[in-house]
Design a protein around this ligand. Structure first.
Ligand code: PLP
Length: 401
């Protein structure tokens, strides 16, 4: 931090002053919005939110639903979220455990606020989306990582709970698990969840389970294993969810948090103090997303993702320096590029010269994780033709490496 000569003391927290954009932001800032770019860098489909959801929000506006509302979310939406959990993971979640604080990122921050104080640490299963660990750092936490291992023989990411446990110490307040994961698509099993839950219960550690890709799973089940299915009402388990991904609603900034029941009153205070809840008319749109029509749309989006995954597989089959561990869920291809050691440099050149936007692998890991620097992430929830063009441009660039 540089201070002008007359300023000797600054009230600004070094943690904040030292923040730098993560690698996804750094690459996308090179050409965001330029029409000739094929953007595969962000976690979103190219589909616009379906019209029946947009219409519901418009109707809410026309009906004058423009006022403050219950800071924990409108009751019909919380009830619909409860029904969603019942039909996707077959758990009857107590209404008092459901809060809609804004988008999933707000849910992550709220959960972090519940558990960490400056000097504490959290452990993230990595590779992991960088906004998560940046949010934890902003709350004053040290962030530790427990890396999944590539098992190229079985074609799966391997999670070793012991690796996670070894990283925990007396100041560990939470473990963060995103499953299906961003960027890997790795999906935690029920047995692994139970082992982690037992450990965390015994050690007084919270679990932040990010399930925003829970329904984007390719094994035909309605939902990946959820911590809601193994945790009790008052376990220190926080399940984060979002309307962003399955309903193509990234710009709406709305998601939800399932939290310990004992925090229901505190959630009112936290939600009020953080953001006074989510945008009112967005909540009425979200309510429509949870209707049978919304379920049908989720199915269509999943199909688009399945085609995107197949398209990416076909591309990889045609390449000799690119491989992947085929994702079990979510909508990302985490592509390993043989001979690439600087993913940020590669992704930056790709934007400049090949006009295709990808996220550098280094963004999803701490700087000493050099293995992850040989990866790039694409989002394949895209129109198949454009995705194919983007992949062709990528393949040509790898050929020139
Ligand atoms: C793992 C994970 N959690 C949370 C989010 C944030 O979702 P939202 O748009 O609702 O803030 C994302 C978005 O990419 C994500 O990948």
């Amino acid at each position: 931090m540089t201070l002008s000569p007359r300023i000797t003391k600054s009230p600004l927290r070094p943690t904040i002053v030292n923040l730098v954009p993560n690698g996804i932001g750094a690459v996308s800032s090179l050409a965001l919005g330029e029409p000739d770019i094929i953007p595969l860098w962000f976690g979103e489909t190219d589909l616009v939110t379906p019209d029946f959801i947009r219409d519901a929000a418009k109707r809410a506006l026309d009906e004058g639903r423009t006022f403050y509302t219950n800071a924990r979310g409108i009751v019909p939406l919380r009830q619909a979220i409860r029904a969603f959990h019942k039909r996707t993971v077959n758990v009857d979640v107590d209404l008092e455990r459901i809060t809609i604080p804004g988008a999933a990122m707000m849910a992550v921050v709220t959960a972090l606020q519940c558990v960490v104080e400056t000097g504490d640490n959290i452990v993230c299963v990595s590779p992991v989306w960088p906004n998560i660990f940046q949010a934890a750092e902003m709350c004053g936490a040290e962030v530790r990582f427990a890396r999944l291992e590539e098992d190229w023989t079985s074609g799966k990411w391997h999670f070793n709970p012991q690796t996670l446990f070894d990283v925990c110490n007396a100041r560990t307040k939470a473990v963060f698990i995103a499953s299906p994961g961003n960027p890997t698509g790795w999906t935690v099993t029920r047995d692994e969840q139970k082992v982690v839950l037992d450990f965390c219960r015994a050690r007084g550690i919270a679990i932040l389970s990010d399930e925003v890709y829970g329904t984007l799973t390719y094994d035909g089940s309605p939902h990946a294993p959820s911590f809601l299915q193994v945790a009790e009402n008052d376990d220190a388990v926080f399940v984060i969810n979002s309307f962003s991904k399955p309903w193509a609603m990234t710009g709406w900034r709305i998601g939800w948090l399932v939290h310990p029941k004992m925090l229901s009153e505190q959630m009112w205070v936290m939600s009020a103090a953080n953001n006074t809840g989510a945008t009112t008319f967005a909540q009425w749109g979200a309510l429509e997303a949870l209707s049978p029509r919304g379920d049908a749309f989720r199915g269509e989006l999943l199909e688009r993702c399945r085609i995107g995954r197949d398209t990416t597989q076909k591309f990889i089959d045609s390449q000799n320096r690119i491989r992947w561990i085929r994702p079990e869920g979510a909508f990302y291809g985490f592509l390993h590029v043989e001979g690439m050691r600087d993913s940020l440099g590669f992704a930056s050149n790709l934007v400049r010269n090949a006009r295709v936007g990808v996220a550098p692998g280094s963004a999803f890991a701490p700087s000493d994780d050099t293995a992850t620097d040989s990866y790039i992430r694409i989002c394949f929830a895209q129109d198949a033709e454009r995705l194919t063009s983007g992949l062709e441009r990528l393949g040509a660039a790898v050929g020139r490496l």
